[in-house]
Write a protein that binds this ligand. Structure first.
Ligand SMILES: Cc1cc2nc3c(=O)[nH]c(=O)nc-3n(C[C@H](O)[C@H](O)[C@H](O)COP(=O)(O)O)c2cc1C
Length: 164
């Protein structure tokens, strides 16, 4: 048991390791360039109108494309997508075209790359963004979606891939 009344960032990270997150790919496309990033910091904001948010590290210059494109898609991953999640997290140093070669991609409403066999896809136009600390929070209005078959989800817990 650990309890703190003041919090250092490493303690915060250790506590977050006890927080299970559904692993998702947030994707976009701008001027023919595609980008996807493995995230857990994405969730629902509202169902009326359908709205989601995702938090992306702004210190990574590659993430500015999400502001330039004005659109993003959230692809909720299944256990079978673990290798793809590792690749889109930069673990294997593949470039974007090699990363996207790993899955079957199409588009729904906005033109963002959407993963055909994701558990669920939320295809969004960017409506607002806010910078907080090291991250930018992107708010998206859900313009299109796809619901795939129920599968075992890919989770991240205790700094490891997990499932249910
Ligand atoms: C399980 C997991 C969850 C992550 N969640 C986030 C997140 O919510 N936001 C974020 O900006 N980066 C997150 N990352 C880190 C990015 O995936 C990673 O920094 C990025 O893809 C690497 O940058 P690159 O594409 O420029 O190589 C996460 C990584 C992993 C493995």
């Amino acid at each position: 048991m650990l309890e703190r009344r003041t919090v250092q960032s490493q303690e915060y990270r250790d506590a977050m390791a006890h927080y299970a997150g559904h692993v998702q790919l947030v994707t976009t496309e701008h001027d023919g360039v595609r980008r996807g990033v493995t995230v857990t910091a994405a969730c629902s904001v509202s169902d009326e109108p359908p709205t989601v948010l995702v938090c992306l590290n702004k210190s990574n210059p590659n993430n500015s494309i999400f502001l330039e494109s004005g659109r993003f898609a959230i692809n909720a991953l299944a256990e079978s997508h673990q290798a793809m999640a590792a690749s889109f997290a930069g673990f294997d140093k593949r470039d974007a075209s090699q990363r996207f070669a790993m899955g079957n991609w199409d588009t729904i409403s906005t033109g963002c790359p959407t993963l055909r066999d994701a558990m669920a896809v939320f295809d969004c136009n960017l409506i607002e963004h806010k910078v907080v600390a090291t991250h930018m929070i992107l708010f998206g209005k859900v313009e299109g979606l796809r619901v795939g078959p129920m599968q075992r989800p890919l989770l991240f817990l205790d700094r490891s891939w997990r499932s249910l």
